[in-house]
Design a protein around this ligand. Sequence first.
Ligand SMILES: NC(=O)c1ccc[n+]([C@@H]2O[C@H](COP(=O)([O-])OP(=O)(O)OC[C@H]3O[C@@H](n4cnc5c(N)ncnc54)[C@H](OP(=O)(O)O)[C@@H]3O)[C@@H](O)[C@H]2O)c1
Length: 354
Amino acid sequence: MIRVGVNGYGTIGKRVADAVAAQLDMELVGVTKTSPDYGAEAALRRGYDLYAAVDDQAAAFEDAGLAIAGSLADLLDAVDVVVDCTPAGIGERNRPIYDAHGTPAIYQGGEDAAIADASFNARASGDVSEADSLRVVSCNTTGLSRLLAPIDEVYGVEKARVTLVRRGGDPSETDRGPINDVVPDPATVPSHHGPDVNAVLPDIDVDTAALKAPVTGMHTHSVNVTLEREPTAAEVRELLRDETRLFLIPERAGIDGAGALKDYASDLGRARGDFWENCVWEESISVEGRDLYLFQNVHQEADVVPENVDAIRALASDISREESVARTNDALGVGLESLLSEDGAPRDQVAADD
Ligand SMILES: NC(=O)c1ccc[n+]([C@@H]2O[C@H](COP(=O)([O-])OP(=O)(O)OC[C@H]3O[C@@H](n4cnc5c(N)ncnc54)[C@H](OP(=O)(O)O)[C@@H]3O)[C@@H](O)[C@H]2O)c1
């Protein structure tokens, strides 16, 4: 069993904690919080041991009647890997603490790439077996890397151009915006997302331009890739359909946006309505000469979660990347396309009828 601690139990941390707890080869030792709020209470109700991220805050948890299992130092001494899910920039401050405890660490995409030995995406990054620390790239970069890696392998990417319409904030972030506008953010091109893709796919020529919109559900990417070869749109669809962490939204599904996607995930019984897969509109996949076009959505709160699980195995085991991805997908239920047949009936139903 790989013993795991999650430092920072917020949007990403609580999902990573649940995903770790669902793995047969991992044990979630505990999670940290700085404040004794509803998130801390929910962690305890879920049966997770709670540790104080900041020593002088421990008394506040006791005052609130929330039992604390120990300090961050105690957690670090009890785990094989710590997953840092603290707000952007705090991971950099935590790094010397992890190093002092000799605890291999995984950081998130809000940190600079230099924080870790390597940046990580399970589909796209190269060999990381020598790394003692990893940085799971951001939600947008994860979405782009998963998409561009298979396209580059099969057709060659001459140049990718992506416009990212980013969600203004997560649903719980009441202080984020904009609330009544769509703003270029940054107004300069390229945005940092293209260079971040190069942290895991160094040879891909990709430019990104980014905006922020007053929505909380998902990011939307408008993708144009000039390819080295000239496939048909049908061939690209089949290529992407074979990727377990890409969900091709069938036209017949009647899904027209992030709201319906989240509704679908909720209807499937997925906790928090999470979509771990990129969601690619199947009918948007078009080829004009060597230019490929498509739209995809990525659920910013969720797509990095399976990647964190695979990053844990990459740091703390000899399990192959393929085996890790298979285990993670199996434990979480990642891989939706297989649920739908060509005519829209659930595949189980088709098999039974056959
Ligand atoms: N949200 C996204 O869409 C998203 C997507 C991909 C990657 N990321 C990246 O993931 C990281 C975490 O983002 P997030 O959205 O999950 O942030 P978040 O929702 O604000 O959660 C951060 C958590 O860290 C805790 N924390 C704050 N200061 C801390 C400290 N000094 N030590 C330990 N824990 C501390 C907070 O606890 P308290 O509430 O108790 O203070 C909170 O539980 C960032 O690098 C971000 O860029 C975010």
